[in-house]
Design a protein around this ligand. Structure first.
Ligand code: FE2
Ligand code: FE2
Length: 159
C-alpha cells in the first residue's frame, strides 16, 4: 500500500520515464544519422514510426490527466497560458511527425545517405521537443506537485 505522496511520486515517475523513452529515441536517431549503413533508411523509418506511437500515447496521457488537473487547480493566467502553449505544441509535433514520416516513406529504401531535408526535419523536431519537455518537467509538473488539490485529483485518478 502506498501513501498519498508515494502514489503521486510514482505517477510522476511514470511520466518522467516516458520522457526518458523520448530521450532514448533521440540517442537512437543520432546513432542512425551518424553511422550510415546500407539499411539506414529502413532503420530510420522503423524507429521514427515507433517514436511516433510512443509520443502520441505520451501526449494523450498528459492531455487527459495532467493538463486538465493543472487548469482546474492552478487557474492563474501564467499556468493557463503555459498549458495552452504545451497543448498547441502537441498538435504541431503530431503534424511535423506525420510530415517527417511522409518524407521518409517517399525516400527509396536503397538510399544510403539520409537526405538533408530529413536530417533537418528530424533535428528541428528533436530540439523543439526537448524544449517542450523541459517546460513540463521544470515548470508545470512541479507546480502541480506543489498543489494540494491537484494531488488529491491525481490520487483519485491513479486509484
Ligand atoms: Fe507534452
Ligand atoms: Fe511530456
Amino acid at each position: 500500500m502506498f501513501s498519498r505522496k508515494e502514489t503521486v511520486d510514482r505517477q510522476y515517475l511514470k511520466i518522467s520515464r516516458e520522457h526518458q523513452i523520448v530521450k532514448d529515441y533521440f540517442l537512437k536517431f543520432q546513432q542512425i544519422l551518424f553511422e550510415e549503413k546500407s539499411n539506414t533508411m529502413k532503420m530510420l523509418r522503423k524507429s521514427v514510426k515507433h517514436f511516433e506511437e510512443e509520443l502520441l500515447s505520451h501526449f494523450r496521457l498528459e492531455e487527459i490527466f495532467i493538463f486538465p488537473t493543472a487548469l482546474l487547480c492552478i487557474p492563474d493566467i501564467t499556468t493557463v497560458d503555459l498549458v495552452l502553449k504545451l497543448q498547441k505544441e502537441h498538435g504541431l509535433f503530431e503534424r511535423d511527425m506525420k510530415t517527417l514520416l511522409t518524407m521518409i516513406e517517399d525516400t527509396p529504401g536503397t538510399v544510403k545517405e539520409i537526405p538533408d531535408p530529413i536530417r533537418t526535419a528530424l533535428s528541428s523536431l528533436t530540439t523543439a521537443f526537448i524544449h517542450h519537455a523541459e517546460n513540463e518537467m521544470n515548470v508545470l509538473f512541479p507546480e502541480i506537485d506543489n498543489d494540494e488539490r491537484a494531488n488529491k485529483i491525481i490520487e483519485g485518478f491513479v486509484k
